[in-house]
Ligand binder design. Structure first.
Ligand code: FES
Length: 90
């Protein structure tokens, strides 16, 4: 299965990997100040095609309502699913 980091890096991933792990394993940079503990918010990315994975408790604490509406997630909290598209935060 594969996911795409916009602007165009498609990488092979497994269901057990978080989006942050997938990025780091493939040499792609996503900020991750708390090392994936879900507390810093620096790994925020916009994700399309996450197949309705519910927000984790940590995401609900860190993301604003507006960010949630816009599709932002914490890369360290979301598991990879096929054909996901990851957009960097602007
Ligand atoms: S790495 Fe800190 S919240 Fe994801």
């Amino acid at each position: 299965m594969q996911i795409t980091f916009i602007p165009g890096n498609s990488v092979k991933v497994t269901h057990e990997q978080t989006v942050l792990q997938a990025a780091l394993d493939n040499g792609l940079h996503i900020q991750h100040t708390c090392n994936g503990n879900g507390t810093c918010g620096t790994c925020k990315v916009r994700i399309l095609g996450d197949e309705g994975q519910p927000l984790t408790e940590k995401e609900q604490q860190i993301l604003s309502e507006h960010e949630i509406k816009m599709g932002y997630r914490l890369a360290c909290q979301v598991l990879c699913t096929d054909n996901m598209e990851i957009h960097p935060q602007h």
